[in-house]
Structure formats: structure tokens, C-alpha cells
Design a protein around this ligand. Structure first.
Ligand SMILES: [Zn+2]
Ligand SMILES: [Zn+2]
Length: 287
């Protein structure tokens, strides 16, 4: 998720840096593996600048949810276990669609692709989140929860807890977890999510649970070795280039569009959207 929660995020990053270091030491000493230091530093570089941007933009995202909450249909207090479970399932449902649209709509992918651009998997990948969640409109996906009557603070806290859980999905040190794999999003499922192998593209969108992927047909279990990163691998460790890469791509494509319809396709179509060949052929004939 791209929305920040609060300035305590800096402490979160410090804690994350400690466990990333422990994982790195374990990989190097126990597993005799190389560790991608440069890419991992870049992940933290992206994260630190994101926190600074969040400080400036968090109020706007929160403002949107509070505005919607002021116009809510009901007022729902979580005062029973049943309601707590109900809210959690609704939140997971919203998270699933938030994440799915972040992959299927290029305007949202421009922010989320930042998280998918590392070419290695380790805990530092969890720190690498896009800067432009506000521009991509991420908060709108959660607005219906506030509109129904759940308090924005509850939504933000649940989101923060979900992201905290998801930190531990970004590792190769945890294998498969038996029956938990049926219900929970696990490191194995999330490794597949980060794969650019054709079979792994646009799969496993869940946050804490994997059940909505099973329900909506986007589940894929980790089988063949995962190739991490974008289908067109990003080779830079410059945080600014990393964070703006897809926006530059959108800009380039808008520049070569021949009409508004094509420009809108490049902005809001699926990532990789192109005008249909017939459309291009007829335009070439006209030209
Ligand atoms: Zn994703
Ligand atoms: Zn991830």
C-alpha cells in the first residue's frame, strides 16, 4: 500500500533495517549467499524519501477518508468479535481490489510498480513502496469502508497492521507453511506475486488472507523458480529514477499518442496497453 500512516514510520524503518541486517548476515554466513547490498540500500533510499513525502501528503489522504466518513450511511462500532471479524474480511476484500487495480490500471501501477522493481527478494523489498499513492488515488479504494460507517482511524490502523504482517512475506528464508497456505498470504505466495515469470504475472493480490485470490481466480502457487522484478527489468539504484520510472513511461506514451482516446488508454488501460493494430493501421493509411 502506498499511503503512509504516521511519522512513527521512521522508527518502523529503523526496526526494519535491523531485521534486514540480521537476514543479510544469515544469508551470507549460514547460506553462503551473496547479498544485493546496492539494491537493498536503494530500497531504503526509496523508503526514506517516501516517508518525507507522506508527511506532506498523509493529511490529504486522511482528509478524504474523514470527509467520506462525515457523509456515512451508518455508524459502526466494533464492539463484538463478530463485527471485528466482519470488518477484517471487508477490509481484506477492499485490500484485494486495491492491489488488483494497482496491477491492472496503469495510473495506479505507476505507483505500485516501484514495489515490484527490485530484482532480488529479501526483507528490504518491503520498504520499497511508491511515492505517488495520492496521485494514483489509492485512498479511494478504501473510501467505501468509511462510507458504510467504519472510522478512518480504524481503517488506517488495520492497514498499518496488514503492512506490518506483509513485511515478513518478503523473504526466501521461509518455505511453505502447510495448511496455512490455504488461508493466509504466505512468503511462498508473495514470492510468486513478485515473479515476472508468465505464470506468476497478476496473481496473489491478497494482504493477510489468500482466500479472495482463490475465490476470484487469481491464485497461483509457487512452483517454478521465481524471477523477481519487472518484465522489463529496472537496472538503476537511483531512488528518483526508481520511483518515477513508470510515470516517465506514461509521459513518453502520451507524447506519441495521436488522440485523446489513445492518451487515456496509455494512462488508464492495463500496463502495456497499446492502440489496437487495426486502429494504428487505419491511422497510418490516413497519414
Ligand atoms: Zn503487487
Ligand atoms: Zn511485496
Amino acid at each position: 500500500m502506498e499511503m503512509g500512516t504516521h511519522s512513527g514510520n521512521f522508527w518502523f524503518l529503523l526496526g526494519l533495517a535491523v531485521i534486514v541486517l540480521l537476514e543479510a548476515i544469515w544469508l551470507i554466513i549460514a547460506k553462503k549467499q551473496a547479498f544485493p547490498w546496492k539494491e537493498s540500500f536503494a530500497n531504503f533510499g526509496v523508503a526514506i524519501i517516501k516517508r518525507l513525502i507522506d508527511l506532506a501528503t498523509y493529511g490529504v489522504a486522511a482528509g478524504v477518508l474523514f470527509w467520506v466518513y462525515d457523509h456515512r450511511l451508518f455508524t459502526i462500532e466494533i464492539d463484538s468479535l463478530g463485527l471485528g471479524v466482519g470488518f477484517f474480511l471487508l477490509f481484506e476484500f477492499a485490500y484485494y481490489w486495491h492491489h488488483r487495480w494497482a496491477h491492472e490500471i496503469r495510473w495506479m501501477w505507476a505507483t505500485h510498480s516501484v514495489h515490484h522493481s527490485p530484482n532480488h527478494m529479501n526483507l528490504s523489498v518491503a520498504a520499497r513502496l511508491g511515492w505517488t499513492g495520492l496521485l494514483s488515488g489509492s485512498v479511494l479504494v478504501f473510501a467505501p469502508l468509511a462510507f458504510v460507517g467504519f472510522h478512518p482511524t480504524l481503517i488506517f490502523i488495520t492497514l498499518a497492521l496488514s503492512l506490518f504482517y506483509q513485511v515478513f512475506l518478503h523473504t526466501e528464508l521461509i518455505g511453505k507453511l502447510g495448511p496455512l497456505e490455504w488461508v493466509l498470504n504466505t512468503p511462498s505466495h508473495h514470492r510468486a506475486h513478485h515473479g515476472s515469470n508468465p505464470r506468476y504475472i497478476d496473481k496473489n493480490y491478497g494482504g493477510v488472507l489468500i482466500i479472495f485470490d482463490r475465490l476470484f481466480g487469481t491464485f497461483e502457487k509457487e512452483s517454478e523458480k521465481v524471477t523477481y522484478g519487472l518484465t522489463k527489468p529496472l537496472r538503476t539504484n537511483n531512488p528518483i529514477k526508481i520511483a518515477l520510472n513508470e510515470w516517465f513511461g506514461i509521459g513518453r506514451d502520451i507524447g506519441k499518442s495521436r488522440n485523446i482516446k489513445q492518451a487515456l488508454g496509455y494512462m488508464f488501460g492495463r500496463p502495456g496497453w497499446k492502440p489496437s493494430t487495426e486502429q494504428r493501421a487505419s491511422q497510418d493509411a490516413e497519414a
